[in-house]
Ligand binder design. Structure first.
Ligand code: FEO
Length: 390
């Protein structure tokens, strides 16, 4: 995949179109890219390596682009193996390379590379330190917990390029997603991977606001060159946990289809009451990461679940635990439970929902006995009205 940044700053990353699950948990039907960049100046800096899965293709890109030169510096923005996975190979190729990282990088590095790599020259940088490559100068900006503690981003001032690590990353191999909408898979990536770390992202955005940025080079997904305010604005909304759109996610956990019918009927009531956008999702079958994305995208959510084993049907429990771990907050929630002999789903859901910050649970709670009947519609309408007007 040909990605153009400038004569001096070159893309040498690779697409992974055969991975089954990114991080062993996220389906990526269009794959993912592991981005890596070279800055060719009097000195040559390599901005991160790639996952070992892409090492062979990356090495070819690297050597072709170097055209006989050597790598002087390897800037390690992030030690997670999808980026650091080829550091060992880089050091084999260029044993005289200087590794550039911060104190946390070098504290963790031997955990991943107990041999060899640690013998390289190391340059430990801290907030605001600079590295001159000739006409290009990198300034290092610490970004702890965007996504790991050692993360740092680098700003190249002559071309106004921000190397943003996982920030502004997106699922999707570049060769398969050239014309794709950015926000869809960037949002799913953000909330599922970085979502827990809203405050650190806010801290980074505040630092970035002081930089004149023309190009963002993330470690996944496309290089961003135009309309940067759009991407930065979305990151600001997402990291503040503010809803991006008015709408309702109706997430259901149904065993035999009866709770599904309630969820669909409730979705229809919400539409009839004028709710801007209603998404009805089956937690047992749909991509959990996609439903999590929608939970954060919209300002309201209705949970519809069957009772099960004295609690709630497991896919709902799993969903709520995911939201809990991603710091879900600042939303309005309604609840529907179904039970044939002892409805208890709402109590189990409430125990988790009550741990969310700044969440309002609206009344009434709808309790269905096995199947939805005409007599249930009045309470369902009341819940739909409360949600529509929230
Ligand atoms: Fe793309 Fe946190 O690694």
């Amino acid at each position: 995949m040909k990605v153009t940044i400038s004569d001096a700053i070159r893309y040498i990353g690779v697409d992974d179109t055969t991975i089954d699950l990114f991080e062993s948990q996220y389906v990526v039907p269009e794959g993912v890219s592991y981005n890596s960049y070279l800055i060719l100046d009097e000195k040559v800096a390599l901005m991160d390596t790639v996952d070992a899965r892409g090492a062979e293709a990356w090495e070819k890109n690297l050597m072709d682009t170097l055209a006989g030169r050597k790598v002087d510096y390897l800037v390690i923005s992030h030690l997670e193996p999808d980026h650091a996975g080829s550091i060992g190979r880089l050091v084999e190729l260029f044993p005289e390379v200087t590794l550039v990282g911060n104190a946390k990088t070098f504290a963790m590095l031997p955990q991943f590379f107990p041999d060899g790599v640690m013998e390289c020259e190391k340059l430990t940088v801290k907030e605001g330190d600079t590295l001159s490559l000739g006409s290009h100068t990198l300034t290092f900006v610490m970004a702890p917990m965007v996504h790991w503690p050692e993360v740092m981003v680098s700003y190249e001032s002559s071309e106004k390029v921000l190397f943003s690590a996982d920030g502004f990353g997106k699922f999707g191999a570049l060769s398969l997603t050239e014309d794709a909408d950015w926000a869809c898979e960037a949002r799913r990536y953000y909330f599922n991977i970085v979502g827990k770390y809203g405050n650190p992202v806010q801290a980074l955005l505040k630092k970035a606001a002081g930089l004149d940025i023309a190009t963002i080079c993330p470690l996944h997904g496309p290089v961003l060159k135009e309309n940067l305010g759009y991407y930065i604005g979305l990151y600001d909304t997402w990291s503040k946990y503010e809803p991006e759109s008015k709408g309702v996610l109706v997430a259901y956990a149904s065993i035999h289809g009866n709770t599904k019918k309630v969820a669909e009927a409730l979705g229809q009531m919400l539409r009839e009451k004028g709710v801007e956008k209603v998404v009805v999702s089956d937690l047992a079958r749909e991509d959990m990461a996609e439903v999590i994305e929608d939970a954060f995208r919209y300002d309201r959510m209705v949970l519809c679940a069957a009772s099960y084993d004295g609690g709630v049907f497991p896919c709902m429990q799993d969903f709520l635990h995911h939201l809990q771990s991603k710091a879900y907050q600042k939303r309005t929630i309604g609840m529907v439970e179904n039970g044939s002999w002892a409805p208890c789903a709402a109590k189990a859901m409430r125990e988790i929902v009550d741990t969310f910050k700044d969440v309002t649970v609206v009344e009434p709670l709808v309790t269905i006995r096995s199947t939805m009947k005409d007599s249930d519609r009045k309470t369902m309408e009341a819940l739909a009205t409360a949600i529509a007007e929230a």
